[in-house]
Design a protein. Structure first.
Length: 76
């Protein structure tokens, strides 16, 4: 019985965190959250850039098709 009591108190002591440990843990959580938000914003910016790039490419293709149509079927 005595051994189990010591083991329990040792386990409890190893599980408790000091105030500085908690501050450090929450600071790390905050930094991780900030990094996650920054990564999400960067991903959104990249998606917007890709969308604008595709839109521009579509517009270029449409302009090319219109130009080709006009030269083939609508000579001046």
């Amino acid at each position: 019985m005595q051994m189990q009591g010591k083991q329990r108190s040792r386990d409890f002591a190893s599980c408790t965190l000091s105030k500085t440990d908690l501050k450090s843990k929450y600071a790390n959580d905050f930094n991780a959250k900030a990094k996650l938000v920054a990564a999400e914003q960067q991903l959104l910016q990249e998606q917007k850039h890709q969308q604008r790039k595709r839109q521009h490419q579509r517009e270029q293709e449409q302009a090319s098709l219109i130009k080709r149509y006009k030269t083939q079927f609508d000579p001046l």
